[in-house]
Write a protein that binds this ligand. Structure first.
Ligand SMILES: Nc1ncnc2c1ncn2[C@@H]1O[C@H](COP(=O)(O)OP(=O)(O)OP(=O)(O)O)[C@@H](O)[C@H]1O
Ligand SMILES: [Mg+2]
Length: 305
């Protein structure tokens, strides 16, 4: 179980709002969650419930207006706890106005703020991995770029040299179980299958040695065998790296297999927090909405409950 002393991610009362033609809409409404090293927190919920927005906030990737309106996001990396919304005010709407006056636009600053996070705090993998990879760079170069970004934050005397970085990049392609890692190293994303692209993305994301990996529907769009391989791979690597993972999927079976705990979201709110063990237990009490999700996935039957 995660608590505030051991967690690497601690999100409290996060509020995200967007202006729409129908007025201001609160898409994330006082959401709180935390996750510890090596732990997998699953996020379940229907489409539009705020799963992606709640996790994107950790990466400073909320683009809509006004975006993050409040709350606290604490992220621990390299042994230090960082309060993102106060240290990196570019993540937070209310500071943007001031920054726009002082500087040349908050986007540039947000980019700088994010660059300081890359390779240290949070990284992410998404569905459609081919789109997340750079089409003009080889897979090897992209993994290497993650390692170089990570090493850039280290004191000079502990930095890996170029050769050691290249060796590590190749090792990552072996760790994500590429069939021919040497060939893949020099391949471009368009030369790889969807499953191989997702393995490459996992290598790019984890080579940064993040405290937390955000996996937002990473298996959507892959065929069943490849999905299972990616899920097993993530489970092994998260354990080996002692990295925390926020895992979003619509596949409840996948969720039950991977997650230690699950939060269930609807209309931007967390409705229920439950351990995976309890979720599997057909006799335990569930929020009616969680029951609906389990029923829809055929995990529980309407009659015998
Ligand atoms: N830039 C934006 N402007 C306005 N509304 C937005 C914007 N981005 C997202 N939203 C809305 O925010 C809500 C939450 O979106 P989010 O992407 O977090 O949902 P989700 O739970 O990840 O859904 P899915 O399962 O379909 O991925 C949705 O209603 C979405 O339409
Ligand atoms: Mg989403």
């Amino acid at each position: 179980m995660s608590d505030h002393t051991t967690s690497v991610v601690d999100v409290r009362d996060l509020v995200i709002e967007f202006d729409t033609p129908r007025g201001r809409s609160r898409v994330v409404d006082e959401v709180s969650f935390s996750v510890s090293p090596g732990e997998v927190l699953g996020i379940l919920g229907e489409s539009g419930s705020g799963k992606t927005m709640s996790t994107q906030a950790l990466l400073g990737l909320i683009d809509g207006y006004p975006g993050v309106m409040g709350g606290q996001i604490d992220l621990t990396f390299q042994g230090e706890r960082h309060s993102l919304l106060s240290e990196l005010p570019h993540f937070l709407f209310e500071k943007r106005g001031q920054l726009e006056k002082q500087e040349r636009g908050w986007r540039k600053h947000r980019f700088k703020a994010m660059a300081s996070l890359w390779g240290r705090g949070a990284t992410a993998i998404f569905q459609n991995p081919r789109r997340s990879l750079d089409p003009l760079m080889t897979v090897g170069q992209q993994v290497l770029e993650s390692i170089t970004a990570r090493e850039a934050h280290k004191p000079d005397d502990t930095k890996l040299n170029k050769e050691a970085q290249s060796i590590e990049a190749l090792e990552w392609l072996e760790r994500v179980k590429m069939v021919n890692p040497k060939r893949v190293f020099g391949s471009y994303p368009h030369e790889l299958s969807g499953g191989m692209c997702q393995r490459a993305m996992i290598a790019v994301a984890l080579a940064c040695k993040p405290s937390v990996l955000i996996a937002d529907e990473p298996t959507t769009g892959l065929d069943a065998t490849v999905r299972a391989q990616v899920v097993h791979l993530l489970q092994d690597l998260i354990r080996d790296e002692r990295c925390a993972m926020l895992y979003i999927t619509h596949d409840i079976r996948e969720m039950l297999y991977l997650a230690d705990r699950v939060i269930v979201m609807r209309h931007g709110k967390v409705l229920e927090r439950v351990s995976t063990e309890d979720l599997k237990d057909r006799s335990s009490e569930r929020h009616p909405y969680t029951r609906t999700l389990l029923e829809a996935a055929g995990m529980i039957g309407g009659d015998n409950e």
